[in-house]
Write a protein that binds this ligand. Structure first.
Ligand code: BDR
Ligand code: CA
Length: 333
């Protein structure tokens, strides 16, 4: 199997840490660069968390670039300490990496990597889309140069988690998201519809804590913090699995049950719909017939529960990207 060259854009963040660990554990992913962006924490803190996780995983050679501090319009709002902790990783103190961040910005790194791996690079975006929009502005040919973009973001048929209609990664920079959704590339979105339906339970956290792998144990500790936030939503100690699910879908490591390819755009206006991902699902009752101009694959439902696969990969029991086949086209519900 030839590993897929992959650029990860993240706001590390507890579930971002899960996604990074998942990708590092996968022989089918070749992480060639990581950019940070403000979201859960500032871009600078996110880069430090990423470097420290890479060090703990024994992969300090993977380059990390700091990305945008502020969204395209407005300024960084201070992040989500109530969800991810003041340091973004649930207060867990990781050994400090001695590796420095790259001189280039995250957007510059993405453009450089797209030229270095023409037609091959997969972009996985699990934070606000500021860096990706900036890269598009730097290199308008980016959509021709990359193989595809998979992003965690949006709320399609379910409520948002920041406003009644907006999910955090889109709500934190709707202008950037609007540009990214409008660009002519193969886009897969992994919205709250599917990430809130796939839950990591306390039994999974205990398995991570019992591991002899330092990264798995650190993730188990971080999840203790994350679970406290989600207890207020689900009524028990557990969490949604937003970002690792996007990583797994980018690697085609999970089977998709409902994933129509539709027209999609982001509301970047100033009304109550700001940050909404508006996807044309009007064909849902007749099996999602092909739509003219449709380019966005919207993952709404998986075939199987994601948690066992995630834990198996994090504990080294199975490699990510092995065994599963992703449905290539629209699949009726
Ligand atoms: C998304 O927002 C962030 O808090 C998470 O890391 C995830 O990327 C979920 O809405
Ligand atoms: Ca994230």
């Amino acid at each position: 199997m030839t590993p897929t060259p992959l650029y990860l854009d993240c706001d590390t963040g507890i579930d971002d840490a899960l996604a990074l660990a998942y990708l590092l554990a996968s022989p089918s992913a070749h992480l060639v660069g990581i950019g940070s962006v403000s979201g859960n924490v500032s871009a600078a803190v996110g880069a430090v968390n990423t470097l420290n996780l890479l060090e703990l995983a024994g992969r300090p050679e993977i380059p990390v670039a700091v990305g945008a501090h502020d969204p395209l319009a407005g300024s960084f709002d201070g992040g989500a300490p109530h969800v991810h902790g003041a340091n973004g990783i649930g207060g867990v103190e990781l050994p400090a990496s001695r590796t420095a961040v790259q001189q280039e910005s995250a957007a510059q790194m993405l453009v450089r990597l797209a030229h270095a791996y023409p037609g091959e690079l997969n972009v996985v975006a699990i934070g606000p889309l500021t860096n990706i929009a900036l890269a598009l502005r730097l290199e308008p040919r980016l959509p021709e140069l990359v193989a595809g973009v998979t992003l965690m973001g949006g709320a399609v048929l379910v409520p948002g988690n920041i406003t009644p209609v907006a999910e955090a990664n889109i709500a934190n920079d709707p202008e950037a998201a609007r540009e990214v959704f409008a660009a002519p590339w193969n886009l897969t979105i992994v919205p709250l519809d599917v990430t809130m339906a796939n839950v990591l339970e306390e039994e999974h956290r205990l398995e991570l804590l019992a591991s002899d792998k330092p990264v798995a144990r650190a993730l188990g500790e971080m999840l203790g913090y994350y679970y406290r936030f989600y207890e207020g939503i689900f009524g028990r100690a557990c969490s949604a699995m937003h970002d690792p699910l996007a990583a797994a879908i980018a690697l085609e490591a999970v089977n998709l049950r409902t994933a129509p390819v539709v027209r999609a755009e982001v509301d970047a206006g100033s009304g109550p719909g700001r940050g909404q991902t508006v996807c044309d699902l009007r064909g849902m009752h007749v099996g999602f017939p092909a739509q003219e101009g449709a380019r966005c694959r919207v993952v709404l439902e998986l075939e199987q529960d994601f948690a066992p696969h995630l834990v198996d990969v994090l504990l080294g029991r199975v490699p990510a990207g092995s065994g599963a086949v992703t449905a290539p086209e629209s699949v009726p519900a």
